[in-house]
Write a protein that binds this ligand. Structure first.
Ligand code: AVJ
Length: 332
């Protein structure tokens, strides 16, 4: 978890800032108390992303079945110059930046257009931020990088102020992890941080054949299963718990009513788990589940509504040829 030192001099040229929460967010103890001690058992997906989990997610994006990342990357490849030319940003501020691999398409377009800007990647995983910043500063020596460690669930009010034009970037369809009402509140919150001339670039996975969706979350190599099970190791470490990952199996299925993928851990046996830091024990029945992630999928209509209800104007809707993924560019 991010340490408390405000300015972490990682190395000579990358300094991370810690974003002060604008509102209290439950920590892992509170989330576990609220989500694991009662049924149905749930856990927020942010706990997937310790260093190992972040690496596993990068591997998911390389699996044959998980099309969202490469489809979004192709869309960025195709439209990055238009996006940079029309938004003309002085800063690209990315929420949940992870490896920043796809964002490089925007920096490549900046090079093509001779457009300089700076980059503020924001992520909960400090290791990933530092690693990505190293990689970027090696590749784009003109790019000033100001990494921000923080959890956007804690609000964006304390984002460092910036006088120039900003392009807010939220990729990967991570917007799908929010319940619809929370997704709307989050876009509204970004809109509140935007000033006239600022833009928002939003990546969103589309509703499609459930077989294709389910395959993307049940890859044959079992990387998604490992990613899902890894959260039990995070709980063991952070909660002094004694989950045995081998006693659980991964399950991801599409819920057509909610147009979302639901990922769960299924208890293979009746078992007891001790949660040391909660001074509590839970008894799981055989077949009982823990919901670890929802990943909502969107339609052109639901994306239009998300943008319009936030007060933003949809400027461009870039769609993949197979309508598998959408990139939305919106302005204030
Ligand atoms: C990073 C949240 C966009 O929901 O598709 C990938 C995470 N979970 N495989 C998604 C994820 C399982 C991913 N997001």
């Amino acid at each position: 978890m991010a340490n408390t030192d405000p300015l972490i001099k990682a190395n000579a040229d990358v300094v991370c800032q810690v974003l002060k929460p604008a509102r209290p967010v439950p920590d892992i103890i509170e989330d576990a108390r609220n989500g694991l001690l009662s049924r149905p058992r749930t856990l927020p997906p942010k706990y997937f992303y310790d260093a190992h989990g972040s690496d596993l997610f990068e591997r998911i994006t390389e699996t044959r079945e998980y099309y969202p990342s490469r489809t979004e990357n192709e869309l960025l490849q195709r439209h990055a110059r238009d996006i940079i030319a029309s938004s003309n940003p002085d800063q690209i501020l990315e929420l949940g930046s992870g490896s920043s691999r796809k964002t490089q398409r925007l920096f490549d377009a900046c090079v093509d257009l001779g457009h300089a800007c700076n980059y503020a990647p924001m992520d909960v995983c400090e290791d990933m931020l530092l690693q990505a910043s190293q990689e970027l500063s090696g590749k784009y020596d003109w790019l000033a990088i100001n990494p921000i460690v923080g959890d956007y669930h804690a609000g964006l009010d304390n984002l460092p102020s910036f006088t120039g034009r900003r392009l807010f970037v939220f990729l990967g369809s991570t917007i799908g992890n929010f319940e619809p009402a929370a997704a709307q509140r989050f876009i509204n919150e970004i809109e509140k941080c935007m000033r006239a001339g600022d833009r928002l670039l939003l990546g969103a996975d589309r509703v499609k054949d459930p077989a294709i969706l389910e395959a993307a979350y049940n890859d044959n190599d079992g990387v998604t299963a490992a990613f899902n099970l890894n959260v039990l190791r995070v709980l063991n470490r952070e909660l002094h718990a004694n989950f045995v990952p081998d006693r659980f199996r991964h399950r991801a299925e599409y819920n057509p009513t909610h147009q979302r993928i639901e990922m769960r851990l299924v208890s293979e046996h009746e078992q007891h788990v001790h949660l040391g830091r909660l001074e509590a024990d839970i008894k799981l029945q055989s077949g009982e589940t823990i919901l670890t992630e929802v990943s909502h999928k969107f339609t052109p209509e639901s994306l239009q509504a998300l943008v319009t209800h936030s007060g933003l104007t949809l400027q461009e809707h870039y769609q993949a040829d197979d309508d598998y993924f959408s990139l939305i560019l919106a302005h204030k």
